[in-house]
Design a protein around this ligand. Structure first.
Ligand code: AKG
Length: 478
């Protein structure tokens, strides 16, 4: 197999799947969990954006850690490459095969193992869907410490493997801080049990971190222990209109000081980003038209106290002319509608045609400058929209450029320019989406050669044959 779609990417010298292998998988799993029907495999071979497509001939659906272990032990012995797959909602092609890797889907590993309602520690299998976990917790006065647009489909194992960010990072921190323990299976089938559910545990190397954010290249996460905060008693969302990006930064600064501990989200969208959701998904804009919008959420334990704080924060902004229009929601249905506008942007952009997608961390004072810069570099007749939105509170910009269809001339102008720009500002070329398949040749813009060498050494130690999620994260040559 060679790839026409990915020139320059060579299939590794792995074994080809044979009938003997399929029969063996059927001795590990019941045959209905060994999927070889082309139609049933199709969705596992393509990413959510429809941009990365593999040619796997088999999908395995284990239910237990022991089954994952037996599968990997066999694949390692037989030199079969594997692609671990959770909800397959990633945006950098990390969760789909590139060639004919064996797909190991965690979708049936969806048991909640335990919940300590006092400490808030949840232990569950990797295939639990984020939203299902959140619903389970909310009935018990708790919540997941992360939330993102793909919550209805993404799985916690995938979230942890990619160290997914999302809309509440500003409040609850990076996911790696909430993950107390992990159970993972290494390439040779060895089960690594670091499933500690202790808040404090400084007994040697923090091995769990090898599996957080390594995107399935060092092991397959099978169980996680997560610290879950109490769910808030009061939630408010303000949707604001602003004239300039400087005003967005001023509002963020005021929100940090004025809302303090109740601030749970601080998001921005420019006019064209919001328009992708309103026009393309037919959603209602809740306020007038502005060059910039912000969605600010508060979550706290005392509704009256929160409302007082929010009111005085908004009055201050209005008084000093930083915001001109805005609306506040405290009923769950209206809050949901406002979040739909923000979370619908990704899907809305796809309706334009092709999307060039960048997920970058930048210093606040240079957060938005790349958008006007790209507008001067890209010929207007070639692009649909150049827009920016994202987690301004966390310094994470989602830069998106749409074109009617894939246009190599646009690509040439945008890459590596975006990565060079980001690197010069000491930003990150992947803030929260990971490196996956799409960004491997750009990782060096954010990682030193010595770090890359150590990553390569760790990979060799933990997966000497390189069977785990090949072609992902690590650059082919460095
Ligand atoms: C977000 O909406 O926060 C995402 O991570 C998706 C960003 C994108 O579609 O570029």
């Amino acid at each position: 197999l060679t790839s026409v779609r990915y020139p320059g990417v060579q299939r590794g010298s792995y074994s080809q799947l044979s009938d003997k292998h399929v029969q063996h998988f059927k001795s590990i799993l019941p045959k209905e969990r060994v999927i070889t029907d082309e139609d049933d495999i199709a969705a596992h071979n393509v990413d959510w954006l429809g941009m990365v497509r593999g040619a796997s001939q088999i999908v395995l659906k284990p239910k237990t850690t022991e089954e994952v272990s037996a599968i990997l032990k066999y694949c390692n012995a037989e030199n079969l490459a594997v692609c671990p797959q959770g909800g397959n909602t990633g945006l950098v092609g990390g969760s789909v095969p590139v060639f004919d890797e064996v797909v190991i889907s965690t979708s049936l590993m969806n048991n909640i193992i335990s919940l300590d309602e006092l400490s808030g520690v949840l232990v569950c299998q990797a295939g639990c869907i984020l939203e299902n976990l959140d619903s389970y917790l909310s009935e018990r006065g708790l919540m997941m410490p992360l939330d993102l647009g793909a919550k209805g489909t993404c799985q916690i194992g995938g979230n942890v493997s990619t160290n997914a960010g999302g809309i509440r990072l500003i409040r609850y921190g990076s996911l790696q801080g909430s993950v107390l323990g992990i159970e993972a299976v290494m390439a040779d089938g060895e089960v690594i049990d670091c499933l500690s559910s202790l808040k404090k545990d400084n007994t040697g190397y923090h091995l769990k971190h090898l599996f957080i954010g390594s995107e399935g290249t060092l092991g397959i996460v099978t169980k996680v222990a997560i610290q879950c905060p109490p769910s808030p008693k009061a939630v408010n969302v303000a949707f604001l209109g602003l004239d300039t990006f400087d005003d967005v930064l001023r509002t963020f600064k005021e929100a940090r000081s004025g809302l303090g501990e109740i601030l749970s989200s601080c998001e921005m969208m420019d006019m064209l980003a919001l328009d992708a959701a309103t026009t393309n998904l037919n959603l209602q804009r809740p306020i007038g038209e502005f060059p910039f919008y912000m969605l600010i959420e508060t979550s706290g334990s005392n509704g009256t106290h929160d409302e007082e704080k929010l009111t005085s924060f908004l009055e201050g902004l209005m008084g000093s002319g930083i915001i001109h229009d805005g609306t506040v929601a405290s009923e769950p249905s209206r809050i949901k509608l406002m979040w739909k506008l923000r979370e619908g942007i990704t899907e809305g952009l796809l309706h334009d045609g092709y999307v060039f997608k960048y997920d970058i961390s930048l210093p606040h004072n240079s957060f938005y400058a790349i958008i006007p810069e790209l507008k001067t570099r890209l010929p207007a007749e070639k692009v649909g929209r150049i827009c920016g939105y994202g987690h301004v509170g966390d310094g994470n910009l989602h830069l998106n450029i749409t074109t009617p269809k894939f246009d190599p001339a646009v690509l040439k102008i945008v890459e590596p320019f975006v990565f060079e720009w980001t690197s010069k500002l000491k930003g990150s070329v992947s803030a929260e989406h990971g490196i996956g398949f799409k960004k491997t040749q750009y990782i060096h813009f954010s990682k030193s050669q010595s770090s890359l060498n150590l990553m390569k050494d760790i990979k060799k130690l933990m997966d000497p044959k390189g069977i785990l999620n090949p072609y992902k994260v690590l650059p082919a040559q460095h």
